[in-house]
Design a protein around this ligand. Structure first.
Ligand SMILES: [Zn+2]
Ligand SMILES: [Zn+2]
Length: 1200
């Protein structure tokens, strides 16, 4: 302290000298000479404030403080700070505590700020007034905010004892920071108090003033002074033409009749706009020199300030009510301007609700989305400022700010994903700043910086209702999180939308917004919104919004799909009883090995819309949608039956609400039998493949400006203006699979690694073309006109990305960027290393497509010679396909996939597709099995039951049992034509006569017939080991060495019936649970019967000949056999039934049909010889009792 004291005089001297220099430079009026008096006044003022805090540490001068000029703050103060001259350290600490725990307090600097408070931006001549406040010194001026402005302060020099400075935020394009003035400023020179009027001021009170307005036509109304209590204050409305606000004065102490009397006053003189900051609702004021004026476009008149008007606080002793005479003094009921042309829109009643208008004072606790004007108030309310112009307020808004909201709308249950009640201000109510925040503003993400102008557009141009606005803001946030900044820049995505330069964000929302809020032409009328009663504004009426869509990230969508796929995976549902009960374990597990689910957008709540950038994978060759979270494989069709052909789609932004999220489940399990299906422990391995499929015709496709997406394409350089190209017509495409290639010439010693690749064959159309200034130059003449132009193009490495775009029948342009190289597209020399010389033999040229080469789709119309190109998918004739002719082993056809089964064991991996061949319009579709094995596994996307697919160049084979089937091979090309229908309506089987089956070549595969059971031909009931399917007498497997460890037995049954329907006879085989139906047994009887079989393990009955003599596996006298014999010959089995069946012989079976044979019949005395068709063989799908049969309840119905 002693040292301090010793130094004090010199340091005080230094401080004073510095202060004087500063004051003379920055504060002294420039037009005057050195002013000692002025300097001393400023220093005295600082001293007074400094000493007022009490603890001044022994110094009479604030030595630790230094003066700061406006210029210095603007240029050197990069961080937010505050300065409190009048505060002690402990006072600052207490204050700073308020910022915690969620925020950081503004750091304290020791700066002295002195300046003139003004509402004039710029100097007197050029400056303009718009209601903003500034602190000015000789070096410049800074915008400021102040609570409780006293109008007498304007134009005077002040010391600001407590303030904070905030440098411009990232969004703030003006680049200007602002001051927040915490305490009332201390005048450097005493303010002159203007003396009150000598005589009391004549005033009108609201009731008379509003009557005067209505009778204006009868009297000439002079300029008047109005007095009353401020009951309503509108927002400060700023349009391009002018700025104004409207206030309403009410009676000081209203009686009942005057309760609703108030009078509105428009303030639009620029110099008076600053009043908006001084007015305080609830206080009484006098406004002088008001005149009556009509508002343009309205039928009513209002009071309006004149340039000479003044605003002052009402002091009753200084005013006197003006005595007026006239008929208008009589009270009338009609008192207020009421809305004339306000019409209720024809909204369904009950859905629309009214918001409540109220006053609210609260503290901002969170910033939800600053550019969109969304904040959190008091931790539980939403606050939306977007329906007002809140530019000035925005810079102040951060957690800790206290606001008084006048006439704010309260909206509850707005829906659309917003759960809390929302307060929203329209133009009618002012938002008054009641306290600054001591928190340092948080760092802003790009999302919090951009988009203000787009959000404004949603409110002011699109006129969205609040629920829809809140949803749109949320959706834009979701989309920005998905796409920015890696795929797009934030400012690009959220830019202001104009017809020439539309915002991508708005384009993505447009389909939904157009449907829910069609663009309207009406513009918000601020005058009406503020003045009219009843009040009408966009916030007045609202309907709860059902969230139209959400835009999940692709990773979330895939994860949700995966989650649902496994949550819904239930072996008991996939294999329902009774079918499962008869399956041996290997079949059981095969049936579970593959399954799938398809989730349409409506399966999610809220429905999901798919958004992503389309990319072609150069690793997998498939198409993917990509966003920041990752990528999702997709299967796209341009439209029904039309593949994707245009590579220009790569890099486009795709949005669709119509898609199928497909999850294929691959399961490896070892369930011993159906009894264990409920136990999860038998699932050894499970994995899911997730992808989406949709038609591009259903999607919105938005090209993304080149510079904004990061594609794998080489950067655009000058060499792109060089290049050469050649057209080719594609005739065949082969499978995308791993093939053996020697990767390059120099590394022949390396063992060739299988490389993902594919080939296409086609022919060149003309010679190479060089790039010219406008498009492509003329084709170079061919060296040898007669030379065959056939070509085989090999795509490997990253050029596999073109796979999904190449389709037979289309013309493509192969483009090689860079300087022209002669013979680039000619025969490739020794680097052509295809392992398939046979195919090569047919082609003159074989070319490997380089990674940097690109493809363009060329339309056939542009090429006059090519109009006749046959684009239809080639197909084999049905007779070739299902005939015995095997000379042409490659077949092509379109078919609908009926089922897909998978063998997924250690030993064998194989996918079997059962397809129905032919077009949808033919009635009976022959079926065929197609097998896919390694290396074609996993199968291409989209091979799902219900899908229509074109298979090109499958290998046709014939099985040992003479059935035709097909296999994938390397030349096979698969094109999905349509996706599975979302709802499958199972059409009833056709009802036919059995004779119809003997006529057609390919009759119905499945049908129903009403027929009569003539006799039972054979019956077999047995119990087998679920593991090895050996017979199990006494329930034990009899297999020897190795014996089965798991002793689970399952029952099996089969019966052969002879049926006829008056047109033909047929032999029907029923298996397993259909046997119970054939025997007419109810479930209990059937179970008991099977239990009787358990002991012998197997019972076989054969009824030979028309007399039904019995052959049996056991002794005929046994009660069980007797019972079965009796049952099978009784009318409860030999009865009319409705039989659903399929042909036992597959349509793909190529064994020649038996010819009709001669048979001898005895008709009474006469022997007859007749030609008989071979007997039909049918497999039972279902037996139902015929409605004609009296005993349709089963043989022993009464006992069940
Ligand atoms: Zn309103
Ligand atoms: Zn066994």
């Amino acid at each position: 302290m002693a040292a301090c004291g010793a130094q004090a005089p010199s340091s005080e001297q230094a401080w004073l000298e510095a202060a004087q220099t500063f004051i003379q430079e920055s504060l002294c009026p420039t037009d005057k000479e050195l002013n000692v008096q002025f300097t001393q006044s400023v220093i005295d003022c600082v001293k007074t404030v400094w000493l007022s805090q009490g603890k001044y540490q022994g110094f009479t001068l604030p030595l630790s403080y230094s003066f700061v000029s406006v210029q210095n703050l603007r240029t050197h103060q990069r961080l937010p700070c505050c300065s409190h001259l009048s505060w002690s350290s402990s006072a600052y600490q207490t204050w700073a505590q308020k910022a915690r725990p969620n925020g950081v307090p503004l750091p304290r600097e020791r700066l002295l700020l002195v300046g003139t408070l003004t509402d004039l931006s710029g100097d007197l001549e050029q400056g303009s007034r718009n209601g903003s406040l500034y602190v000015k010194d000789n070096t410049g001026m800074l915008g400021c905010e102040l609570i409780d402005l006293d109008l007498s302060w304007l134009g005077h020099l002040f010391l600001f004892p407590s303030w904070s400075y905030l440098p411009p935020a990232r969004w703030n394009s003006s680049g200007e920071g602002h001051l927040e003035l915490w305490e009332a400023p201390v005048p450097v020179f005493p303010l002159t108090v203007s003396p009150g009027p000598l005589t009391p001021l004549p005033v009108l009170y609201p009731e008379i003033a509003s009557r005067l307005l209505r009778h204006r036509s009868k009297f000439r109304v002079e300029q008047q002074n109005l007095a009353g209590k401020l009951i309503q204050l509108s927002a400060l409305v700023k349009s391009k033409k002018k700025a104004y606000f409207i206030l309403s004065l009410g009676e000081l102490s209203p009686t009942i009749s005057q309760a609703i009397s108030h009078v509105s006053i428009i303030v639009q003189i620029p110099a008076q706009l600053v009043w908006h900051r001084a007015l305080c609702p609830g206080k009484a004021y006098v406004l002088t020199q008001l005149r009556v004026s009509r508002i343009r476009g309205h039928h009513y008149c209002v009071w309006m300030t004149s340039p000479s008007s003044h605003l002052m606080l009402l002091e009753p002793e200084c005013v006197q009510e003006l005595e007026l005479e006239g008929p208008f003094l009589e009270a009338d009921s009609k008192s207020l301007p009421t809305s004339s042309n306000f019409q209720d829109k024809k909204e369904p009643k009950g859905l629309m609700r009214d918001s409540r208008l109220l006053h609210y004072t609260g503290t901002v606790t969170g910033v939800l989305n600053e550019p969109a004007g969304l904040y959190e108030l008091d931790g539980q309310l939403g606050l939306c400022l977007a329906y007002q112009q809140f530019h000035d307020l925005r810079r102040v808004m951060r957690p800790g700010v206290c606001l008084e909201l006048q006439d704010v709308h309260l909206l509850q249950s707005v829906g659309g994903g917003t759960t809390r009640p929302v307060l929203a201000s329209c133009l009618r109510g002012a938002i008054l700043l009641r306290g600054f925040s001591c928190q340092k503003p948080g760092t802003q993400s790009s999302l919090q910086t951009h988009g203000a102008s787009l959000y404004e557009q949603l409110v002011w141009e699109r006129q969205l209702s609040l629920p829809l606005y809140l949803w749109a803001v949320k959706a834009l946030e979701e989309l920005a999180c998905k796409l920015c900044p890696h795929l797009l820049r934030h400012h690009q995505f959220l830019q202001h939308s104009s017809p020439r330069n539309p915002s991508l964000g708005l384009q993505l929302l447009a389909p939904t917004l157009d449907a829910l809020a069609p663009p309207s032409r009406s513009i918000r009328n601020a005058h009406k919104e503020i003045l009219e009663e009843p009040h009408h504004c966009p916030l007045q009426k609202y309907a709860q919004l059902q969230t139209p869509y959400s835009f999940p990230t692709l990773a979330t969508l895939a994860e949700e799909g995966r989650h649902r796929a496994w949550a819904s995976f239930d072996p008991k549902v996939l294999l329902p009883l009774p079918e499962a009960a008869y399956l041996p374990c290997c079949q059981l597990n095969h049936r579970l090995a593959w399954s799938w689910i398809c989730l349409p957008p409506a399966a999610f709540h809220p429905p999901q819309a798919l958004v992503g950038v389309l990319v072609a994978s150069s690793h997998k060759g498939c198409l993917q949608l990509r966003d920041r979270s990752g990528s999702l494989s997709c299967l796209l069709l341009a439209k029904h039956s039309q593949p994707l052909t245009d590579p220009q789609l790569i890099g486009c932004l795709v949005r669709t609400e119509k898609f199928q999220l497909v999850v294929e489940r691959d399961v490896r399990s070892n369930f011993p039998s159906w009894k264990e299906l409920g136990m999860t422990g038998f699932i050894q391995k499970q994995q899911a493949r997730v992808y989406v499929q949709f038609f591009l015709a259903d999607a919105l496709i938005l090209p993304v400006p080149r510079s904004f997406h990061h594609s794998s394409a080489p950067p655009q350089t000058e060499s792109t203006c060089l290049g050469q190209s050649r057209l080719f017509l594609l005739s065949h495409k082969e499978a995308l699979m791993k093939r053996n290639f020697c990767t390059s010439l120099g590394t022949t010693s390396e063992v060739p690694k299988p490389t993902l690749s594919f080939h296409v064959s086609g022919c060149w159309l003309g010679g190479t073309q060089k790039k010219e200034r406008i498009g492509w130059g003329p084709p170079e003449p061919l060296t040898d006109e007669n030379k065959d132009q056939k070509v085989l193009l090999i795509f490997l490495g990253s050029s596999v990305r073109w796979f999904e775009f190449l389709h037979p029948g289309e013309i493509y342009r192969l483009v090689a960027p860079g300087p022209a190289t002669p013979k680039l597209f000619e025969v490739e020399g020794s680097s052509c290393t295809s392992q398939r010389p046979l195919e090569l033999a047919g082609c003159v040229s074989c070319l490997t497509v380089q990674d940097e080469w690109t493809l363009e789709l060329e339309s056939a119309q542009d090429l006059p010679d090519m109009l006749g190109i046959h684009k239809a998918l080639s197909g084999s004739l049905l007779t070739d396909l299902l005939g015995a002719n095997v000379t042409d082993s490659l077949v092509s056809f379109s078919a609908e996939i009926l089922s897909r089964t998978v063998w997924n064991t250690e030993v064998r991996r194989c996918v079997k597709l059962t397809v129905a061949i032919g077009t949808a319009d033919s009635e009976f579709l022959p079926r065929l099995d197609i097998y896919i094995e390694d290396p074609h596994l996993p199968p291409p996307l989209g091979l799902l039951p219900g899908a229509r697919v074109h298979f090109n160049q499958l290998e046709k084979r014939i099985s040992r049992s003479h059935n035709v089937y097909c296999c994938f091979r390397s030349s096979t090309y698969v094109q999905v034509l349509s996706f599975p229908p979302e709802t499958t309506v199972s059409a009833p089987l056709p009802h036919i006569y059995l004779a119809e089956l003997q006529q057609g070549t390919w009759g119905p595969f499945q049908a129903t017939a009403s027929c009569h059971v003539i006799s039972v031909v054979s019956l077999q009931l047995l119990w087998v080991c679920a593991h090895c399917t050996s017979v199990c007498p006494q329930g034990r497997c009899i297999r020897q060495g190795p014996a089965c460890s798991i002793q689970t037995s399952i029952s099996q049954a089969s019966i052969r019936l002879l049926v006829e329907d008056g047109t033909a006879e047929a032999m029907v085989t029923c298996r397993n649970y259909h046997v119970a139906a054939a025997l007419g047994l109810c479930p209990n009887e059937w179970t008991s019967l099977l239990e009787f079989i358990r002991k012998p393990g197997r019972v076989v009955l054969k009824f030979t000949g028309p007399g039904a003599q019995l052959e049996s596996s056991a002794k005929i006298e046994e009660p069980l056999i007797l019972y079965l014999h009796t049952l099978c010959t009784s009318p409860s089995v030999l009865r009319p039934v409705v039989l659903s069946f399929e042909l036992e012989r597959k349509p793909s079976n190529i064994t020649p049909l038996e010819p009709p044979r001669l048979q001898r019949f005895q008709c009474g005395e006469l022997p007859l010889l007749t030609r008989v068709n071979p007997r039909l063989r049918l497999a039972c799908l279902c037996i139902q009792e015929s409605s004609e049969h009296p005993n349709s309840q089963g043989a022993f119905a009464s006992s069940c």
